[in-house]
Design a protein around this ligand. Structure first.
Ligand code: SF4
Length: 227
Protein backbone atom coordinates (compact mmCIF):
# COMPACT_ATOMS: atom_id res chain seq x y z
CA UNK A 1 0.00 0.00 0.00
CA UNK A 2 1.48 3.38 -0.92
CA UNK A 3 2.25 5.90 1.82
CA UNK A 4 -0.32 8.22 0.24
CA UNK A 5 -3.09 5.64 0.72
CA UNK A 6 -1.88 4.78 4.22
CA UNK A 7 -1.97 8.46 5.15
CA UNK A 8 -5.51 8.78 3.79
CA UNK A 9 -6.66 6.16 6.33
CA UNK A 10 -5.99 8.60 9.14
CA UNK A 11 -8.02 11.47 7.73
CA UNK A 12 -11.39 12.81 8.79
CA UNK A 13 -14.43 12.08 6.58
CA UNK A 14 -14.07 14.52 3.70
CA UNK A 15 -16.05 17.73 3.39
CA UNK A 16 -18.87 17.69 0.83
CA UNK A 17 -16.79 19.49 -1.78
CA UNK A 18 -13.78 17.25 -1.33
CA UNK A 19 -15.96 14.14 -1.45
CA UNK A 20 -17.42 15.27 -4.77
CA UNK A 21 -13.89 15.46 -6.15
CA UNK A 22 -12.99 11.83 -5.30
CA UNK A 23 -13.92 10.42 -8.75
CA UNK A 24 -11.91 13.12 -10.52
CA UNK A 25 -8.40 12.65 -9.18
CA UNK A 26 -6.47 9.76 -7.59
CA UNK A 27 -4.74 12.26 -5.30
CA UNK A 28 -7.99 13.00 -3.44
CA UNK A 29 -7.96 10.82 -0.31
CA UNK A 30 -10.86 8.54 0.61
CA UNK A 31 -10.82 8.29 4.41
CA UNK A 32 -12.70 5.45 6.15
CA UNK A 33 -16.34 6.39 6.59
CA UNK A 34 -16.53 8.37 3.34
CA UNK A 35 -19.41 6.24 2.06
CA UNK A 36 -22.54 5.38 4.04
CA UNK A 37 -23.34 2.43 1.79
CA UNK A 38 -22.31 0.60 -1.39
CA UNK A 39 -24.89 2.44 -3.52
CA UNK A 40 -23.20 5.75 -2.76
CA UNK A 41 -19.80 4.25 -3.52
CA UNK A 42 -21.08 2.75 -6.80
CA UNK A 43 -22.30 6.17 -7.95
CA UNK A 44 -18.75 7.47 -7.64
CA UNK A 45 -17.28 4.41 -9.38
CA UNK A 46 -19.64 4.82 -12.32
CA UNK A 47 -18.49 8.41 -12.79
CA UNK A 48 -14.87 7.81 -11.92
CA UNK A 49 -11.77 8.94 -13.78
CA UNK A 50 -9.19 8.48 -11.03
CA UNK A 51 -7.32 6.37 -13.60
CA UNK A 52 -7.45 5.99 -17.38
CA UNK A 53 -9.58 2.83 -17.21
CA UNK A 54 -12.53 5.15 -16.69
CA UNK A 55 -12.15 6.35 -20.30
CA UNK A 56 -12.91 2.97 -21.87
CA UNK A 57 -15.32 1.19 -19.51
CA UNK A 58 -18.95 0.45 -20.37
CA UNK A 59 -19.95 -0.14 -16.73
CA UNK A 60 -17.99 0.07 -13.52
CA UNK A 61 -18.14 -3.33 -11.84
CA UNK A 62 -18.52 -2.77 -8.11
CA UNK A 63 -19.71 -6.06 -6.64
CA UNK A 64 -22.46 -8.59 -6.20
CA UNK A 65 -23.73 -10.85 -3.44
CA UNK A 66 -24.79 -10.37 0.16
CA UNK A 67 -23.77 -6.85 1.29
CA UNK A 68 -23.24 -8.22 4.81
CA UNK A 69 -21.59 -11.49 3.79
CA UNK A 70 -19.14 -13.20 6.17
CA UNK A 71 -16.95 -14.14 3.20
CA UNK A 72 -15.68 -11.68 0.59
CA UNK A 73 -14.02 -12.77 -2.64
CA UNK A 74 -11.74 -10.29 -4.40
CA UNK A 75 -10.71 -10.69 -8.02
CA UNK A 76 -8.48 -8.68 -10.32
CA UNK A 77 -10.57 -6.56 -12.70
CA UNK A 78 -13.60 -6.92 -14.98
CA UNK A 79 -13.40 -8.78 -18.28
CA UNK A 80 -15.67 -8.26 -21.27
CA UNK A 81 -18.76 -9.98 -19.81
CA UNK A 82 -18.36 -8.07 -16.56
CA UNK A 83 -17.86 -4.74 -18.35
CA UNK A 84 -21.05 -5.34 -20.35
CA UNK A 85 -23.21 -6.47 -17.42
CA UNK A 86 -21.71 -4.40 -14.59
CA UNK A 87 -21.39 -7.58 -12.48
CA UNK A 88 -18.21 -9.33 -11.34
CA UNK A 89 -17.42 -12.96 -12.12
CA UNK A 90 -20.06 -13.67 -14.74
CA UNK A 91 -19.40 -15.89 -17.75
CA UNK A 92 -17.54 -19.20 -17.49
CA UNK A 93 -15.20 -18.30 -14.66
CA UNK A 94 -18.15 -16.94 -12.67
CA UNK A 95 -20.08 -20.17 -13.22
CA UNK A 96 -17.10 -22.20 -12.06
CA UNK A 97 -16.75 -19.99 -8.98
CA UNK A 98 -20.43 -20.59 -8.12
CA UNK A 99 -19.87 -24.35 -8.51
CA UNK A 100 -16.80 -24.22 -6.25
CA UNK A 101 -18.80 -22.37 -3.60
CA UNK A 102 -21.79 -24.70 -3.95
CA UNK A 103 -19.51 -27.73 -3.43
CA UNK A 104 -19.19 -26.65 0.22
CA UNK A 105 -22.73 -25.29 0.48
CA UNK A 106 -21.87 -21.59 0.10
CA UNK A 107 -23.59 -19.09 -2.19
CA UNK A 108 -23.60 -15.40 -3.07
CA UNK A 109 -27.15 -14.90 -1.78
CA UNK A 110 -26.22 -15.63 1.82
CA UNK A 111 -22.56 -16.21 2.44
CA UNK A 112 -20.45 -14.36 -0.12
CA UNK A 113 -19.88 -10.89 -1.56
CA UNK A 114 -17.68 -10.57 -4.65
CA UNK A 115 -15.64 -7.52 -5.72
CA UNK A 116 -12.52 -6.62 -7.67
CA UNK A 117 -9.28 -4.70 -7.16
CA UNK A 118 -10.18 -2.49 -10.16
CA UNK A 119 -13.75 -1.56 -11.00
CA UNK A 120 -13.16 -0.83 -14.69
CA UNK A 121 -12.02 -3.18 -17.44
CA UNK A 122 -8.42 -2.87 -18.60
CA UNK A 123 -8.25 -2.85 -22.43
CA UNK A 124 -7.62 -6.33 -23.89
CA UNK A 125 -7.92 -7.77 -20.37
CA UNK A 126 -4.38 -6.78 -19.50
CA UNK A 127 -3.28 -6.75 -15.87
CA UNK A 128 -4.02 -3.38 -14.20
CA UNK A 129 -0.92 -1.24 -13.67
CA UNK A 130 0.27 -0.43 -10.12
CA UNK A 131 -0.99 3.16 -10.53
CA UNK A 132 -4.42 1.93 -11.66
CA UNK A 133 -4.60 -0.45 -8.72
CA UNK A 134 -3.57 2.28 -6.28
CA UNK A 135 -6.15 4.70 -7.71
CA UNK A 136 -8.98 2.21 -7.22
CA UNK A 137 -7.90 0.61 -3.93
CA UNK A 138 -9.59 3.22 -1.69
CA UNK A 139 -12.99 2.16 -3.08
CA UNK A 140 -12.21 -1.47 -2.24
CA UNK A 141 -11.09 -0.56 1.27
CA UNK A 142 -14.42 1.18 1.78
CA UNK A 143 -16.27 -1.87 0.43
CA UNK A 144 -14.42 -4.11 2.87
CA UNK A 145 -15.26 -1.72 5.73
CA UNK A 146 -18.95 -1.68 4.77
CA UNK A 147 -19.36 -5.43 4.14
CA UNK A 148 -17.13 -6.26 7.14
CA UNK A 149 -16.32 -9.87 6.15
CA UNK A 150 -14.73 -12.34 8.55
CA UNK A 151 -12.86 -14.08 5.74
CA UNK A 152 -11.42 -12.63 2.51
CA UNK A 153 -10.44 -14.87 -0.40
CA UNK A 154 -7.97 -13.33 -2.84
CA UNK A 155 -8.26 -14.89 -6.29
CA UNK A 156 -4.96 -14.83 -8.13
CA UNK A 157 -1.66 -13.03 -7.72
CA UNK A 158 -2.92 -9.55 -8.71
CA UNK A 159 -5.59 -9.58 -6.00
CA UNK A 160 -2.99 -10.67 -3.43
CA UNK A 161 -0.54 -7.98 -4.56
CA UNK A 162 -3.24 -5.30 -4.65
CA UNK A 163 -4.36 -5.96 -1.09
CA UNK A 164 -1.28 -7.16 0.78
CA UNK A 165 1.59 -6.05 -1.46
CA UNK A 166 2.90 -9.66 -1.56
CA UNK A 167 4.36 -10.23 -5.01
CA UNK A 168 4.94 -13.98 -4.76
CA UNK A 169 3.36 -16.31 -7.30
CA UNK A 170 -0.05 -17.69 -6.44
CA UNK A 171 1.14 -21.32 -6.54
CA UNK A 172 3.52 -20.53 -3.66
CA UNK A 173 0.98 -18.92 -1.35
CA UNK A 174 -2.44 -20.37 -2.21
CA UNK A 175 -4.17 -22.15 0.60
CA UNK A 176 -2.27 -20.30 3.34
CA UNK A 177 -4.14 -18.21 5.89
CA UNK A 178 -2.70 -14.73 6.32
CA UNK A 179 -3.84 -11.88 8.54
CA UNK A 180 -4.40 -8.51 6.93
CA UNK A 181 -5.84 -5.53 8.83
CA UNK A 182 -7.22 -7.92 11.47
CA UNK A 183 -9.00 -10.06 8.89
CA UNK A 184 -8.31 -13.62 7.85
CA UNK A 185 -7.37 -13.87 4.19
CA UNK A 186 -6.54 -16.79 1.95
CA UNK A 187 -5.02 -16.54 -1.54
CA UNK A 188 -6.68 -19.01 -3.92
CA UNK A 189 -6.43 -19.74 -7.63
CA UNK A 190 -8.43 -17.57 -10.00
CA UNK A 191 -11.29 -19.59 -11.59
CA UNK A 192 -10.05 -18.65 -15.08
CA UNK A 193 -6.76 -20.39 -14.25
CA UNK A 194 -8.73 -23.51 -13.33
CA UNK A 195 -10.58 -23.34 -16.65
CA UNK A 196 -7.22 -23.46 -18.41
CA UNK A 197 -6.12 -26.41 -16.25
CA UNK A 198 -9.05 -28.86 -16.28
CA UNK A 199 -7.28 -31.90 -14.77
CA UNK A 200 -8.72 -33.11 -11.45
CA UNK A 201 -5.75 -35.36 -10.66
CA UNK A 202 -4.33 -35.23 -7.16
CA UNK A 203 -1.99 -32.21 -6.95
CA UNK A 204 -3.58 -30.41 -9.95
CA UNK A 205 -4.85 -26.81 -9.56
CA UNK A 206 -8.48 -28.02 -9.40
CA UNK A 207 -7.62 -30.60 -6.75
CA UNK A 208 -5.75 -27.94 -4.76
CA UNK A 209 -8.74 -25.60 -5.01
CA UNK A 210 -10.92 -28.36 -3.60
CA UNK A 211 -8.58 -28.61 -0.60
CA UNK A 212 -8.63 -24.82 -0.17
CA UNK A 213 -12.38 -24.35 -0.34
CA UNK A 214 -12.89 -27.13 2.20
CA UNK A 215 -10.42 -25.35 4.52
CA UNK A 216 -12.43 -22.14 4.03
CA UNK A 217 -15.66 -23.95 4.91
CA UNK A 218 -14.07 -25.42 8.05
CA UNK A 219 -12.75 -22.01 9.17
CA UNK A 220 -16.12 -20.37 8.47
CA UNK A 221 -17.88 -23.00 10.62
CA UNK A 222 -15.34 -22.48 13.42
CA UNK A 223 -15.91 -18.71 13.34
CA UNK A 224 -19.69 -19.16 13.43
CA UNK A 225 -19.47 -21.50 16.39
CA UNK A 226 -17.35 -19.01 18.34
CA UNK A 227 -19.57 -15.96 17.74
S1 SF4 B 1 -10.68 1.52 -12.29
FE1 SF4 B 1 -11.28 2.41 -10.33
S2 SF4 B 1 -10.02 4.25 -10.13
FE2 SF4 B 1 -9.94 3.64 -12.28
S3 SF4 B 1 -11.58 4.83 -13.23
FE3 SF4 B 1 -12.44 2.84 -12.67
S4 SF4 B 1 -13.37 3.17 -10.66
FE4 SF4 B 1 -11.97 4.86 -11.04
Amino acid sequence: MSSEIQLSLFGEPPSFNQKELIPTDAKIPVPPGTYANITELAQHCNNCHRCELGNTRTNAVVGRGNLKAPIMIIGEAPGQNEDETGLPFVGRSGQLLEQILASVDLNTENDVYIGNINKCRPPNNRVPTPDEMAACLPYLLEQIRLVDPKIILLTGATAVKGITGDKRGITKIRGQWIEWEGRLCMPIFHPSYLLRNPSKEKGSPKWLMWQDIQAVRTKYDEIRQNT
